[in-house]
Ligand binder design. Structure first.
Ligand SMILES: CC(C)(COP(=O)(O)OP(=O)(O)OC[C@H]1O[C@@H](n2cnc3c(N)ncnc32)[C@H](O)[C@@H]1OP(=O)(O)O)[C@@H](O)C(=O)NCCC(=O)NCCS
Length: 256
C-alpha cells in the first residue's frame, strides 16, 4: 500500500529508509494537484538541483513556475520514498530527446519513471525494470482538430475523429493524443518521432489499444498501452514496454 498523504510522506522521508515497495511485478501511477502540493510544501525550491532552479526562474508566469517547482518536488519525494534517499540528493540525467532518468540509485538500484503535467494535474509512473511513459492533457475544445489530425494522425485515426462531433470528438482526440505521447515518452523519443508512426484504435468500451508501430503489428505487441481518466476534465494514458501482467496501482496524493 502506498502512503498517499503528503504529511506522512514528508515524515517518512525524514527517516531516510525506503517506505514504498516497488517490485518487478508492480507498475505504480501517482496523481497529484500541483496547486495543492505547492501550497503545502515548505520552501519547495530548496529541494531542487541548480539546473531545476534555473529552469524555474525562466518561467514568465508565477503560476507556471510554482507548478513546475511542485511537480519536481513531488517527483523527488516519491523517488526518495522508493529508494530511501533524501529528495534533494537525487540526481537526474537527461537522454538525447530530454527524457529524465536517474543518474544513480543507491547500490545501483534501478527505477524507471516518467511524468507529465497539464493545467493543475501531475502524473507520475514508476517501474523497476520497464521503460514507461505517461501523458495527461486537460480536455478543452480544439477548434483546429482537423488540422492536427491530418498532420499527426493516421488516416484511420483521422477518419474516426471526423466521424465525431462536439465533446465526443474532443474526448477521442485527447485520448488518441495522450496514447501517442505516452508511447513516444516511454521510448524516450518524444515528439522527435512522428505521432502518425503509432496507430491507435479506440474500442467501443472506451479502451485504447496500439494496433501497429510504423505499420508493423508485431512491434505493437512489445507495448502495454492504457488510457484512463485521472480526474474530471482530464485525459491520460500510460505505456509500458515488455509488460508482463504486472499489477497496476493508482495513488492520488492528498494533504488531508
Ligand atoms: C516530451 C514531450 C512530448 C513533452 O510534452 P508535453 O506534453 O509538453 O509535456 P508533458 O507534461 O507531457 O511532459 C513533461 C515531462 O516529460 C519529460 N520529458 C521531456 N522529454 C522527454 C522525452 N523525450 N521522453 C520522455 N519524457 C520526456 C520531462 O521530465 C517533463 O517534465 P518536466 O517539465 O518536469 O521536465 C515534448 O517536450 C518532446 O517531444 N520533447 C522532445 C523533443 C523536443 O521537442 N525537444 C526540444 C528541442 S527544440
Amino acid at each position: 500500500m502506498m502512503a498517499n498523504n503528503l504529511k506522512v510522506m514528508r515524515q517518512a522521508l525524514a527517516q531516510g529508509e525506503p517506505f514504498w515497495t516497488l517490485t518487478d511485478s508492480d507498475i505504480h501511477i501517482w496523481v497529484a494537484s500541483l496547486e495543492m502540493a505547492h501550497q503545502f510544501l515548505d520552501e519547495p525550491f530548496t529541494l531542487l538541483a541548480p539546473d531545476e532552479r534555473a529552469r524555474a526562474e525562466r518561467f514568465y508566469f508565477e503560476r507556471d513556475r510554482n507548478r513546475f517547482i511542485a511537480g519536481r518536488c513531488l517527483l523527488r519525494m516519491i523517488i526518495g520514498g522508493y529508494l530511501g534517499m533524501d529528495p534533494s540528493q537525487i540526481e537526474f540525467a537527461y537522454r538525447e530527446a530530454g527524457k529524465p532518468v536517474l543518474k544513480s540509485g543507491p547500490q545501483g538500484k534501478k527505477l524507471e519513471f516518467n511524468l507529465s503535467h497539464s493545467n493543475d494535474l501531475a502524473l507520475y509512473i514508476f517501474s523497476r525494470n520497464h521503460e514507461v511513459g505517461i501523458d495527461v492533457e486537460y480536455i478543452h475544445p480544439m477548434p483546429d482538430t482537423d488540422d492536427f489530425a491530418e498532420k499527426f494522425f493516421s488516416s484511420h485515426e483521422t477518419e474516426l475523429i471526423n466521424s465525431l462531433r462536439g465533446e465526443e470528438r474532443d474526448a477521442a482526440f485527447f485520448k488518441l493524443w495522450t496514447c501517442k505521447e505516452a508511447l513516444l515518452k516511454a521510448n524516450g523519443s518524444g515528439l522527435t518521432m512522428p505521432l502518425s508512426h503509432m496507430e491507435i484504435s479506440l474500442n467501443s468500451d472506451g479502451s485504447a489499444a496500439l494496433s501497429s508501430v510504423g505499420g508493423n503489428r508485431e512491434q505493437a505487441l512489445r507495448w502495454h498501452l492504457q488510457a484512463f481518466d485521472p480526474a474530471p476534465g482530464y485525459q491520460a494514458a500510460f505505456a509500458v514496454e515488455g509488460y508482463k501482467g504486472q499489477a497496476i496501482s493508482f495513488c492520488h496524493i492528498n494533504v488531508e
